[in-house]
Structures are given as C-alpha cells and as structure tokens.
Design a protein around this ligand. Structure first.
Ligand SMILES: *Cc1c(COP(=O)(O)O)cnc(C)c1O
Ligand code: SF4
Length: 348
C-alpha cells in the first residue's frame, strides 16, 4: 500500500518535483515534517512510546511541523496530537468496523474517479497526504490502484465527457494540493475543455496543516481558472487555526474562492459542545463556513474515536442554541451505496 512509502519519494514520483534545490518552501516543509513517533514525542517533551512505534507500521505517522507547533507541549491528550499519534487502541477488532466501510472500491469505475452522487464526481490527482489522520476512512484504501498520473487523465476526461450531467469536479484524495501548481494548472486546463463543468471544488487539509501551501501563485491559478472555486478545508478543533491558517484563508478569499470546512466528530478531540462552538466561531473569523460535521466512518482501527449518535445529536442541539444557523454544520454520516450523505435528524 502506498502509505508505506516515503512520502517524498511518492511526491517525486507522482508530481515530478523539480530537484530539491528548486523546491518551493512548502515542499521543503513536507520533507522536513515529522515521520517518526519518537522525534515528535521528543519535540513535544513527551516520553518515548515503544507501543506507538509498533502500531505505526501499518499507517505511518506523518505530521508537518507547521501543525505540530500548534500542539501543547507536555500534553499527551492534546487534541491535535490525538489526531495523528498512533495508539494501541488501533489494533482492536471492533464489530461493525471494517477495512472499506464505504465500499468505495465498488464505485471506482476507473483509477482516479469516484462517481457516487448526481451532478458531481470525485477526482483523485494523488493518493498522498501531508498528514496522516488516524481516523481516516481511507487508511486502507487501495491508493496503489489509484496512482493517477497524467497517463490516466485522458480516461478521466473521457468519463466526465461521457457523463455531461457532472457539472462539479471535486478534487479529493489523498490531498489534491500535494501536487505542484503546474500539474494542477494542467488538469484545470483540461477541465476547461468541458463546458459542462462549472464548479471546481477542492477538498484539502493543507490550508490547515501546511498553510504555506496556499501561495499567491496558487490563488492566482485558481482565480484564473474561470470556474467557480470552492475550497473545503478539514479542521476539527479551534486550536488548529492560528495566524498562518488565517493568512491562507485570507489569501484564498482575496481570490474570490468560497471557503467551507468539514470536520469529523472525534472522541477526545472535539466531542464537547464548547469545543465545537469555538470551532465554528474561529472558522467564521477566517471567513469559513462550517459545512459538514461527519460522524466517524466505521473503519477498522478508528473505533476509539467513535462518538455515540445520541451524544452527537445533543452536541448539535447545543450548537443550534448558541450559534447563528449559518455557523452550525450539518451532521451527516456516509452510507455505502446511498445517493448522498445522510443528514442526521435531531428529532427524536
Ligand atoms: C462526499 C462526497 C461527495 C460530495 O458530496 P457533497 O454532499 O456535495 O459535499 C461527492 N462524491 C462522493 C463520492 C463523496 O463521498
Ligand atoms: S488528510 Fe484527509 S485523506 Fe489524508 S489522512 Fe487526513 S483525513 Fe485522510
């Protein structure tokens, strides 16, 4: 599986990075990120953890320094650390938790495209991410089969052309902003050949975990696409939003890019009403609207993050009482084979 490889090698392979001396700052930051449990723990003034190192092997640790600096030193329960540090609970086998809970393999008509919902399709430009989130439902996804390089683009484009009802292309992943600007630009150029496509959406964690990825050049590239552009970031806790994240959001807004955020409800990270309320308020301060609050997908290795549904509903109810409606995300879950995300009703 791809996640076993060294990320930099993968980035080189997929996006043909220029030699390191020409790498952009954000690319250098990727190389300099934490890939080792003990280095991260030392940085945080925490004791070594042999068990974490053992668990890590199946889904290696990966954390940019820009994200690690927002963690509280000396706090093993830090909500940002919890999202990325391997723990023994990951090896538990829990009934109902499986390797491919969303049956994504079935809906993968060809490498690089996932078309489940009407009017929009997910396109994968790369399988790599800057950060490895322990709860990720894609932690077991066959990225190796989805190593879409440019050689797959003609087929992806042909699929889109054969389905003219697809008017929105969602770049997802992996993390689509892991590719270089030149690749992104080349793909957008191809999309522009399809008059049916009016909206480009980008699902990325980089504006949060590696905000220097959001360069003026990226902003210009997206603004010049001629498409309506929506950036959906992925931030789970208010502590993830610092000045550098605010700067990235501001840059995107200055290029007329719409900003939404999706979060995953995670036990021990953001399962308290005041945390979620603060998250919405922080997002609003950076011009970002909360879009979805996802109930955890039941993926093997993530059961210890699960929040029970009645608690989730109570949290939403509290948010409704304390926030304007536009700052309350939709509570949703995914169901294999469904035609959309499933909205969770708060009525008893
Ligand atoms: C989540 C998702 C989308 C986007 O759904 P929206 O409700 O439009 O945000 C599209 N395709 C797939 C396969 C998805 O999982
Ligand atoms: S950035 Fe997104 S796709 Fe990548 S590991 Fe985290 S949740 Fe999964």
């Amino acid at each position: 599986m791809i996640l076993h490889y060294d990320v930099f090698k993968m980035v080189l392979m997929i996006t043909r990075l220029p030699p390191p001396q020409q790498a952009e700052d954000w690319q250098q930051q990727l190389v300099d990120g934490f890939t080792d449990v003990s280095a991260l723990l030392t940085f945080l003034n925490l004791p070594e953890d042999a068990f974490a190192q053992q668990v890590e092997r199946s889904f290696p640790l990966r954390v940019p320094r820009a994200f690690a600096v927002r963690m509280c030193k000396g706090d093993r329960n830090d909500p940002l650390l919890r999202q990325v540090l391997p723990v023994g609970d990951e090896t538990n086998r829990v009934p109902g938790f499986s390797l491919d809970p969303l049956s994504e393999k079935q809906h993968n008509p060809q490498p690089g495209i996932l078309h489940k919902y009407q009017g929009r399709a997910l396109v994968t430009l790369t399988g790599v991410c800057a950060v490895h989130c322990r709860y990720c439902f894609r932690r077991h996804f066959p990225y190796a089969d989805n190593q879409v390089g440019r050689k797959h683009w003609p087929d992806i484009l042909a699929y889109l052309q054969a389905h003219p009802q697809i008017h929105e292309v969602i770049l997802s992943g992996g993390d689509p902003l892991m590719v270089q600007d030149a690749i992104l630009q080349a793909f957008i150029e191809q999309l522009k050949q399809l008059p049916q496509v009016t909206t480009l959406r980008i699902h990325s964690r980089l504006p949060i975990v590696l905000p220097d990825r959001v360069t003026p050049a990226l902003g210009r590239l997206l603004a010049d696409s001629g498409l309506r552009v929506v950036m959906v970031s992925h931030c789970n806790h208010p502590q993830e939003i610092d000045e550098s994240v605010a700067r990235a959001a501001h840059l995107l807004r200055a290029h007329q890019i719409h900003l939404l955020n999706q979060a995953v409800l995670l036990r021990g990270v953001n399962d308290e009403a005041q945390t979620l309320v603060q998250l919405s308020k922080r997002l609003w301060e950076i011009d970002t609207l909360p879009y979805y609050l996802h109930v955890l997908d039941q993926v093997h290795g993530a059961a210890h993050f699960a929040v029970c549904l009645s608690v989730a509903k109570q949290l939403l109810q509290t948010m409704l009482g304390q926030l304007p409606g536009y700052l309350v995300p939709k509570l949703v879950r995914e169901e294999a084979g469904a035609a959309s995300k499933i909205l969770i009703s708060l009525e008893q």
